[in-house]
Design a protein around this ligand. Sequence first.
Ligand code: HEC
Length: 118
Amino acid sequence: MNKITLLLLGVLLIAIASCGTHKYTVTHDFPAAMAPHIKADYVKQWEKGRVLYGMNCAKCHSTYKGKHEIIPNFTPEKLTGYELRVQNARHEAAMPDDIVSAEDLALITIFLTYKKKN
Ligand code: HEC
């Protein structure tokens, strides 16, 4: 193997390794009074919502500081308003996220409501 090939291989390996180290830093923050079995259910939904947010919303709403993803702290009022707007697809023809199902949007709302604030 010549030096160039080795160099390219090295660059490739670093690129692959850095993909693997991109991890979500966001954590959840449920009310302390929430009963453990209810919290366990919510955590599952929250995890799904996190993935769905990443697929459907992050490209417009997340900002990045290096590898650290900053997800906006939407207030409950903003989230409810948004959910109502998106559910009416005719009013929201201009928004690409009318393809997000009501169920997905509910999960995303749980994620955004209970993520730890920035
Ligand atoms: C194509 C880009 C784009 C995508 C994708 C997108 N949004 Fe938005 N969103 C915007 C823009 C631009 C606004 C501001 C305009 C407005 O308030 O109507 C907005 C507004 C909002 C608001 C209201 C914020 C406020 O301050 O009133 C919420 C909540 C929101 N988006 C959540 C979401 C969620 C949840 C998703 C994923 C399902 C999503 N958005 C996907 C571009 C996007």
